[in-house]
Design a protein around this ligand. Structure first.
Ligand code: FES
Length: 152
């Protein structure tokens, strides 16, 4: 492996960050599951979003694939943590490929990671449809006061 891969790929491959799973049934979790038709590799990326701020608090991945796919998913978990959903959607595979110095034949591995983020955000947003946004403490107090006034 060392002969073909950049040392950053090897680092992420040997010490992958944020491996694991989140509960896909939780309302604040979005799950992206994508595959590369060319090679059959599969990537699952999950985000846990702070419902009040829209910031990605946690992220986990599991990838069944090549070293570049594992490194791309590991690196992308570092990128998305702490970002807003909109900023996470701006992450392009070119950023991942550049950081990991992926050769052209391995670009689709980084595309898988970009697709996984998009898919996870889409899943989260589709879950949020129909769910009322969480009220902040101040807004909740105002609502409670208005409710009390209405019944008085
Ligand atoms: Fe297909 Fe890497 S060779 S994802």
């Amino acid at each position: 492996m060392t002969r073909f891969y950049h040392e950053k790929v090897i680092d992420h491959y040997q010490n992958p960050r944020n491996v694991g799973s989140l509960n896909k049934n939780d309302a604040d979790v979005g799950t992206g599951l994508v595959g590369a038709p060319a090679c059959g590799d599969v990537m699952r990326l999950q985000i846990k979003v702070d419902e009040a701020t829209g910031i990605i608090q946690d992220v986990k991945f599991k990838t069944f694939g090549c070293g570049s796919a594992i490194a791309s998913s590991s690196y992308v978990t570092e990128l998305v943590k702490g970002k807003s959903l909109d900023d996470a959607l701006k992450i392009k595979n070119t950023i991942i490929a550049k950081e990991l110095s992926l050769p052209p034949v391995k670009l689709h591995c980084s595309m898988l990671a970009e697709d996984a983020i998009k898919s996870a955000v889409k899943d989260y947003k589709s879950k949020r449809k129909g769910i009322k946004p969480t009220l902040g403490a101040e807004a909740a107090a105002t609502a409670a006061t208005a409710a009390t006034a209405a019944t008085a």
